[in-house]
Design a protein around this ligand. Structure first.
Ligand code: PLP
Length: 371
């Protein structure tokens, strides 16, 4: 490759490393039964309505996607309510793809992104990929410090990324905090709010930023079918913004970038209100179960508004602990890559999976303490 001119921005952007797949752990450790609580997927799987719709769509897979993307955008706009219509929505190959388009659209001239280091790493990675400059603003008590982010806005600031609720801490920002923040952000800065875990939030003080979009502010919110809809493998996400903003972002899109079968599955999942409710109820009950068990094991945990829980300030090395859990057949995520070294993040599973996690934690804590 020495003879080639490479893109320095790409070389600076770390390659995304996913959580270990179940098959790999099975092979590596020779284990029969593996539980994956590493990627915040829905343990109940996809909606049966989505599976049915996907099967029905397969015989048409020889055609490029026709109106199916517009159908999904129209349905999403309807669910957003108010005056939203399909032109307020852009579909992505997962919501990551929307985040990528946003960075491509706004960081072309070496502009800055204000980013919290203890958050979803793709804001940082895409900023680097497109030659933008990072302005990090540390979290405070495992939550976004919005006043400190506002202070860092400068002439070169193009984007501010906010993850609400936040991955990997599970903490959320209240309506009041967001309002105070929005009052101070100048119009020339685009606020990107990642609401991937929006569906799990129970706290009444939470609010989506959609009302700011309705007011015409330069806000882009992103959501996904990968979490409560149980369709992470289909790679469908979306962005919502005012129409001019969406039109501009369309320039960053590849042709037919999400497959028709995937779009049809995602659209069908929106109709399965029961599945969504069941997923939410299970998550709420299992979160309480895990809190109790973590208390019993004297493991500090951050109260979560999502489908995962962060265990920070562990008494043992987080990577060693995750590897020891792997040997017990449980895959979790050390949170170093999410800017919280010394912590692990566990996805809330079914009762059976959670019991297995607790059992494995007991073994591992014993093993590491005994040395
Ligand atoms: C905060 C956050 N945003 C976005 C994503 C990615 O979503 P998608 O699968 O839609 O690309 C994740 C996935 O873990 C996430 O945690």
């Amino acid at each position: 490759m020495q003879e080639l001119t490479l893109n320095e921005n790409l070389l600076a952007a770390p390659v995304h490393v996913a959580g270990k797949p179940i098959e790999e752990v099975r092979r590596e450790y020779g284990l029969e039964r593996i539980i994956k609580l590493a990627s915040n997927e829905n343990p109940l799987g996809p909606s049966p309505l989505a599976v049915e719709a996907i099967k029905k769509a397969l015989p048409n897979a020889h055609r490029y996607p026709g109106t199916v993307e517009a159908n999904l955008r129209a349905r999403l706009a309807q669910l957003m309510g108010g005056d939203f219509d399909e032109d307020n929505i852009i579909i992505g190959n997962g919501s990551c793809d929307v985040l990528r388009m946003v960075c491509l659209a706004f960081l072309h001239d070496g502009g800055e992104s204000v980013v919290c280091p203890s958050t979803f790493p793709m804001y940082r990675i895409y900023t680097q990929m497109f030659g933008g400059n990072l302005v990090p603003v540390e979290a405070r008590d495992y939550a976004y410090d919005l006043p400190a982010m506002v202070e860092k806005i400068g002439d070169a600031t193009r984007l501010i990324f906010v993850c609400n609720p936040n991955n990997p801490t599970g903490t959320m920002l209240t309506q009041q905090q967001v309002d105070d923040f929005m009052e101070q952000v100048p119009e020339r800065v685009v606020v990107v709010v990642d609401e991937a875990y929006y569906d799990y939030v129970a706290d009444e003080h939470y609010a989506s930023v959609k009302e700011y979009i309705e007011e015409g502010r330069n806000v882009i919110l992103t959501r996904t079918f990968s979490k409560i809809h149980g369709l992470a493998g289909l790679r469908v996400g979306y962005g919502v913004a005012k129409k001019e903003m969406i039109q501009y972002l369309q320039h960053a899109r590849s042709p037919f970038h999400v497959g028709s079968v995937n779009l049809i599955g995602a659209t069908a999942s929106l109709d399965d209100v029961e599945h969504i409710q069941r997923s939410r109820t299970l998550n709420a009950a299992e979160k309480e179960y895990l809190y109790e068990q973590f208390d019993r094991l004297d493991l500090r945990h951050i109260p979560s508004e999502t489908n995962f829980i962060l265990l920070p300030e562990l008494r043992h090395d987080a990577v060693a602990m995750s590897e020891a859990l792997l040997r017990q057949g449980v895959i979790v995520r050390p949170a170093g890559g999410f800017g919280v070294p010394g912590a692990i993040r566990v996805t809330i599973g079914t009762r059976e999976e959670n019991e297995r996690l607790v059992w494995a934690l007991e073994q591992v804590l014993h093993e590491l303490t005994e040395g």
